[in-house]
Write a protein that binds this ligand. Sequence first.
Ligand code: BTN
Length: 274
Amino acid sequence: MKAQDLEAALRAAHGSEFEQLCVLELIDSTNAEALRRLSAGQEARQLIVAQCQSAGRGRRGRRWLSPPGAGLYVTLTREFSVAMESLQALSLVTAISVREALVAQGLHSAQLKWPNDILVAEKKLAGILLETCQWQGQPVIIFGIGINLDLPAAVLAEIDRPVTDLRQALAMLEKSLQEPAEVDQAALLSTLVTRWQHNVEEFLNQGFAPFTARWNDADCYAGREVIVSSGAQDWQGQVLGVDEQGALLLDTPSGTKVIRGGEVLPTLRPLADA
Ligand code: BTN
């Protein structure tokens, strides 16, 4: 889809909700662009979409490979009037919003991986990177979302973990068809923006509690044995779900651990060997 057609569709649906809305063919990183605009004094509520990033950023300092046509790269920004520490679960809320938008496009097999990945068949389809800054004395969160559309073989070969894209995920869904249906990018993004706005408001009013069951029902690793790595420390145990703050509860040999930050790694090792 051409950038200008995607922008026109997003403007028609969401033009009045954002002070800045644009779809770019190429940028270094939509998150970096949002930060630049905020630093230059531009308004806090932005929706920036790119079709290619030359320096896409992932979590934990990784790169997010973003060649043309391979994905949709989205940044939403918003100011908050409460302390940043109370907003940590917004990364899970954003993952729930991305999943809801994918399900609305028929991808019912989309699942969640704590804290904020979207998987299909245990392979990563979309990732989320939250960054923060101060804007006119208020905290602003930069919500970066990358959704794989059609990863070229060269990119697949460069990524050292299981990944998938919407093209493959839809093809699995429609095994009988020669060619999977094209994803409607405008509908996907528009639903994502709508769900995200609604969910952020719900979170600000009620906290994470209304999202607990929504997360746990869609958690790919619910009840399964995993290793959770925080970088400094690893825990092995069975996933019990997330609590009302969005922390991961892990049943380990030394009791239930409440984990607020880290990365879930699947393991085939039984608990007894831990
Ligand atoms: C992850 O590592 O899982 C998070 C990936 C986040 C990628 C998105 S693409 C849009 C936005 N701009 C960036 O540079 N990164 C995020």
